[in-house]
Design a protein around this ligand. Structure first.
Ligand code: SF4
Ligand code: ZN
Ligand code: ZN
Length: 302
């Protein structure tokens, strides 16, 4: 089946349709949809300095590439931020470093070793804490504190439609609706300058669309799976959701659309706890001392 628009060889069949598109038409469609998301949800203001949280994978590389292109045309600043957890044989940042160099993007790298004294591998040898629990807390902490220091006003991540649909379902199934308040194309339940707002420009793009975009635009290196990946529940939901999508096309979009319809009501009616200030580092948190400081202290003593 040739491209619907120009009869060239297709690279993808668009989701929920019988439309095939060639590289050129697909790139145009993809960029247009991302621009629309940015516009509709007011993800970027004229004065914003955007930081892109980069792992080097297809999602963050696509985000960096497209935001780089969009912001360049507006004369706005963009920087890349990356974190090396210290997981043996996992993070190879060569591709990202080269990309940033070639495209004149400032890349700021941080590591758990420098920030918390030990690599994640070392921490895991000394504690029984789950890898992703430690990693998630430290990553969020580094991203928020460093982004602020760098003058970043919004932090872009590469979350796509599949990621978000999985998280919405996981939160529902676990009766953890409060966690969904932080979802959506832009975060910010509470207007608090101590939190750098997160934006997700790929919010309405499916995993397959992002993978195709990254592949045809040479934005993908050999990306390895983290050896600590223990998100078996997410993997289960992902597989089930893909099965349902196969049988009932449009399901993922419907999950997201209905979620977005209820999100303003959720945010309005949910009892949001008062945000305190961490006694140790002055970052915002829900208790006296933030999770990162508690964990860091524990790890220091090991
Ligand atoms: S899978 Fe877990 S341990 Fe690995 S990088 Fe992600 S959060 Fe960290
Ligand atoms: Zn075409
Ligand atoms: Zn703290």
């Amino acid at each position: 089946m040739p491209c619907k628009n120009c009869e060239n060889n297709p690279v993808i069949k668009l989701p929920n349709s019988n439309i095939y598109q060639c590289k050129k038409c697909f790139n145009k469609y993809f960029e247009k949809k991302v621009r629309k998301t940015i516009r509709m949800y007011k993800l970027i203001d004229k004065k914003d300095i955007i930081g892109v949280a980069c792992s080097g994978g297809k999602d963050s590389m696509t985000t960096l590439y497209l935001l780089g292109k969009i912001l360049k045309s507006r004369n706005q600043k963009i920087i890349a931020i990356t974190i090396d957890e210290g997981i043996d044989g996992y993070r190879d940042l060569t591709f990202l470093k080269n990309y940033c160099k070639e495209n004149n993007i400032d890349l700021h790298s941080f590591s758990y070793k420098e920030e918390f004294g030990k690599t994640l591998d070392t921490m895991l040898k000394l504690t029984k804490e789950k890898p992703c629990s430690i990693c998630g807390v430290f990553r969020r902490y580094i991203l928020n504190t460093k982004a602020k220091k760098l003058g970043v006003t919004k932090l872009a991540t590469g979350h796509n439609l599949d990621d978000e649909a999985q998280t919405v379902l996981m939160n529902q199934f676990r009766r953890n609706v409060a966690a969904s308040l932080k979802l959506g194309p832009i975060t910010g339940v509470i207007k608090d300058e101590r939190f750098i707002r997160r934006i997700k420009p790929l919010y309405f793009m499916t995993e397959r669309e992002v993978a195709t975009f990254a592949f045809i635009n040479n934005l993908k290196d050999d990306y390895k799976e983290c050896p600590n990946n223990e998100e078996s529940y997410r993997c289960y939901i992902r597989d089930k959701l893909n099965e349902i999508e196969e049988k009932f096309p449009g399901t993922k979009h419907s999950i997201i659309t209905s979620f977005l319809e209820t999100l303003p009501l959720l945010r309005k009616n949910y009892n949001i706890k008062k945000i305190k200030t961490c006694k140790s580092c002055s970052e915002p948190c829900s208790q006296e001392v933030c999770q990162a400081c508690k964990l860091a202290e524990k790890i220091k003593l090991l």
